[in-house]
Design a protein around this ligand. Structure first.
Ligand SMILES: [Cu+2]
Length: 122
């Protein structure tokens, strides 16, 4: 089971990176320095970016705390429109259903996105 989990995680990370256009970009100098530090301390990534946008909900997994959004471009993160998964607390998902148009905010740590605000778009 451990091996399967590792493979699944690897696929998820690769998909996330490819989806957000970061694949193949060499790390910036400051990120290299952060990685060197992290190797010893297992600290959280130094840089978390905040972004916001609008989206259509394409999947919800409340039990796992995950939501998949077909989102519009996010200027703060230099992302084009795409469909991708995010972590989200169950209480953010309770009034949302598949097909809803939503406005959201997220934190992006360079590998994964976490929804910080989620509500139906006006
Ligand atoms: Cu995206």
């Amino acid at each position: 089971m451990k091996k399967l989990t590792a493979i699944a995680l690897g696929i998820a990370l690769s998909a996330g990176l490819a989806g957000c256009g970061k694949q193949g970009e060499p790390p910036k100098a400051e990120e290299k320095a952060a990685m060197a530090d992290d190797a010893g301390t297992m600290a959280m990534p130094a840089e978390t970016k905040h972004g916001k946008g609008t989206a259509t909900v394409t999947a919800i997994d409340s039990a796992k705390g995950q939501v998949t959004l077909d989102h519009s471009a996010i200027a703060e993160l230099e992302w084009p429109p795409m469909t991708m998964g995010f972590a989200a607390k169950p209480e953010l998902l309770k009034d949302i259903k598949v097909g809803d148009k939503v406005a959201f905010e997220l934190d992006w740590d360079g590998k994964a996105g976490t929804i910080t605000k989620l509500g139906k778009a006006q």
